[in-house]
Design a protein around this ligand. Structure first.
Ligand SMILES: [Zn+2]
Length: 95
């Protein structure tokens, strides 16, 4: 039986929680960062479309992160890989 919406919000059968495959149906792992993993989306909605997934636990939004986790996520993604918007990440290979 498929999980209910409330169970999905709690992380039951979450396809984004670890462990994840490095090469999946939707994403290809690019880099493991300190607090997240960066994946290249197979469906290139726009060139360089990537997904940054928070690794330590299941969360459904930035509001569920502590201030320290928020800073670490931004440092990991925004500075190291040139991600401009967490909600609509862009990956710059030149950064
Ligand atoms: Zn999850």
């Amino acid at each position: 039986m498929a999980p209910t919406w409330e169970e999905r919000l709690q992380g039951v059968d979450c396809p984004l929680c670890a462990p994840r495959t490095t090469i999946g149906a939707f994403n290809i792992e690019i880099a493991k960062l300190t607090i997240a993993t960066l994946y290249l989306g197979r469906n290139q909605v726009f060139r360089g479309y990537c997904v940054l997934i928070f690794d330590p636990r299941h969360v459904t939004g930035l509001q569920h992160l502590s201030q320290e986790e928020n800073r670490a996520l931004i440092r990991a993604g925004a500075i190291r890989f040139g991600l401009i918007h967490l909600g609509c990440p862009k990956f710059s290979a030149s950064s």
